[in-house]
Design a binder for this molecule. Structure first.
Ligand code: MG
Length: 325
């Protein structure tokens, strides 16, 4: 069965769509009240974020737009040192979308939300003319109980730790679109376990970013700009899975500008570097973590290449890969 404009009318069809798919998947006492807004408990400091998801294709190896929409927002909350609590879920659906696919997407969102320990407390559904596309916006709220992480806190001597192999999501999406057969799967995942374990250990984390659109190169340039420091990397230390490495070579891509959806970079006090690395390695989704460099005085991002020279790493210029998330 396909979605029609009637599903967005606000009438009986909309009611059925919401009850049968979204409310049934997300089920929790706050959402179940079906009021005009959700009333939830709070905290002295909260983190708030929003993100829209337009990934093409909707289903890809390792995930789908629903899992991505939850993980992307949950991870942005985590990166400030917040504990994710509540999400909203707004769908813009083009007529002709498959009802069965919408069901799978909502189920994935519910599953990812459970994994991340958040509840979806509010939502919206609109149907527009089109060719069956599905777009999702998720907003999220998290509680900040301890120190918040921020780019400006990066300090000379800090260790730069990435939580695993780069480029997986990017390579999975591009493989799908180019119809290249391989086993590369998106790494899309909520990074709660890594962040929670770091927080519980008392390790001094200064800043954290999820490595999404624009890749590690872009993220580190943002941290370098905000902190007025230089980020020095060692190319040989950067984890890349072998299949992604060959894929990158084959297509002449730059791994430093390729996005992930389940990886983070943490900037950690030098004294805690080894401890933090072990904690991340022993956390869910962190087994391939590595210290990839250090923060020094100066500015920008510099990488010592595998051949021994040094090169500047810039931010992604141009469109990169459109609709990757
Ligand atoms: Mg982010």
């Amino acid at each position: 069965m396909k979605i029609t404009l009637a599903h967005g009318s606000g009438g009986q069809s909309t009611k059925e769509l919401i009850e049968k798919i979204f409310a049934a998947s997300y089920k929790n006492p706050v959402l179940d009240m079906m009021e005009d807004s959700a009333v939830v408990g709070g905290s002295a400091k909260i983190a708030v974020t929003t993100d829209s998801f337009v990934v093409n294709p909707l289903f890809f190896k390792g995930g789908n737009i629903g899992r991505l929409a939850v993980c992307g927002t949950v991870n942005d909350l985590l990166m400030r040192g917040a504990t994710p609590k509540y999400l909203t879920s707004a769908f813009i659906i083009e007529e002709g979308a498959e009802l069965s696919e919408l069901k799978l997407i909502a189920a994935s969102m519910a599953q990812a939300a459970r994994e991340a320990g958040v509840i979806i407390v509010a939502g919206d559904t609109k149907v527009i003319e089109g060719k069956g596309g599905i777009y999702i916006n998720t907003s999220g709220v998290g509680f900040v109980e301890g120190d918040d992480y921020a780019s400006f806190k990066c300090t000379q001597g800090d260790a730069i730790i990435v939580s695993g192999s780069l480029g997986d999501h990017h390579a999975a999406i591009l493989s799908h679109r180019m119809n290249i057969k391989n086993d590369i799967a998106s790494d899309v995942a909520p990074l709660c376990d890594i962040v929670k374990n770091l927080q519980n250990s008392g390790v001094e984390v200064h800043a954290m970013r999820d490595i999404t659109r624009g890749g590690l190169g872009t993220v580190l340039n943002e941290l370098a700009d905000a902190s007025g420091k230089c980020f020095e990397l060692s190319e040989s230390a950067i984890p890349v899975n072998p299949q992604v490495k060959s894929f990158v070579k084959l297509l002449g891509l730059n791994i430093m500008h390729m996005g992930n959806e389940g990886k983070l970079v943490a900037v950690v006090s030098k004294k805690d570097a080894e401890k933090a690395l072990e904690i991340i390695k022993n956390s869910k989704y962190g087994k391939d973590a590595a210290i990839v460099g250090y923060v020094s005085s100066g500015n920008g991002v510099v990488m010592e290449t595998s051949l021994g020279g040094k090169k500047k790493v810039g931010i992604l210029i141009g469109e990169g890969l459109p609709r990757i998330c």
